[in-house]
Design a protein around this ligand. Sequence first.
Ligand code: BG6
Length: 496
Amino acid sequence: MGDLAPSTVTSTPQRHAADLIVFGGTGDLSMRKLIPALYHCDRDGRLADETRIIAMSRGGLTDADFRGKVDSEVRPALHGDDDEGWQRFLRRLHHVSLDVGSSDRGGWSALTHLLAGYEDRDRVFYLASPPMTFGPFCREAHEAGLVTPRSRVVLEKPLGRDLVSAQAINDEVGEIFDERQIFRIDHYLGKETVQNLLVLRFANAFLEPVWNSLWIDHVQITVAETVGTPGRRGYYDHAGALRDMVQNHLLQLLCLVAMEPPSRNDRESIRDEKVKVLQSLRPIVGSEVDRFAVRGQYTAGEGVPGYLDEPASTPTTDISHRVETYAAIRAEVKNWRWAGVPFYLRTGKRLPDRRSEIVIQFKDVPHAIFPGAAPNRLVLRLQPSEGIHLLLMAKEPGAGEVTLRPVPLSLSFAETFQSRVPDAYERLLMDVLAGNPTLFMRRDEVEAAWRWIDPIIENWEGSESLPEPYPAGTAGPAGAHELLARSGRTWHEEEL
Ligand code: BG6
């Protein structure tokens, strides 16, 4: 028998006391993702006893108000909290009111007071706020004398709205923080299956020889959501699916599938390989945009409004009519390994299922002796249940004619490891606290991604035509299906 004991692939060094300052600390991201993730880290004993979480917002709350808000809004959504642990967690929470860009320095004085005497701690500024606040926040934190050598800053995506604005933000933040102190977060990189993709590719020998254009027909990357955009028009009108999802999450997944084996599992080697992939993407420009990219916007469906009628605090404008809630692109990585292999990317809101996955479709067998054989597929499922499925052809039991059926060899992480699959933010927050930037985007990666996305956005924004409508709850615009049908392919929709 072989040794089946677990082997440690990466480890996140543990746990000095830190001050985690969340700007936008009462916002949606903080309340839905960051605070629950921090609670789970605390419950699992991964936060040092003295670590504090300081939310900053314009809300004018006291510590007690903020703790009350977290208690009433976050606690009901948690599974299996224990009262003692929860009360301990609440005691870590503080709130400081701050209005970045205003002449009132009261917020900075209050924060200075709270942080005084703790200069030798790790200090993390987490900016869960719109990108235009990143530069001003960093400058004001610096002017207040709060940026210490042990400080880091976390920037939420999307970083800017195009290459030029991303460069400007990177420059502004870079005036205050060294690149090694800047953590640009893409929460998809913290998802368990995404981590496992690296392990699958680079800790198993059998895949690498077939991981290329000789054996792989094409790759599909899907992030499908059932949710719409209620209450988010102010943000979404100026983002759209390309900026919100493709520039970051989908391109990062593409990088991990397509990258060359790094020489080490360390902060720079993996990011060096990813940036090479982004730089190898064939640009899609001018009239090619219509051929290789498809956009859609959802209209009303069963029981739900269309994008334009979603409840929102801002009225619809001409921009609202033009924004895409669905995007599909046929991308190509121009290098030896991937020559001629299309990478199909698609993402959309108000689709029939919530499903995120990467599908590697292999080529047909070179000579078919059985009728009905379908090509093998490797499906890396990120959502709803994280796992890996290899679809193999098998013979259905029975005498008589040989009938083939694709059957999955499946690895469900939850079943195999019998443990809770942590949320992506838990992993990433712990990495920030430990100062490990491997799973965060480097400046050159973010900029290379914008360089590729920009011409598609420019074409769409300058075009007279509007996104193709699709009713909420259906599988997206017809154009997305034609994108594959042109080469005789179809999107993978299989239940697993
Ligand atoms: C965010 C986008 O980055 O990712 C949202 O801004 C999207 O629009 C979300 O809904 C999807 O994340 P997940 O982890 O739920 O797939």
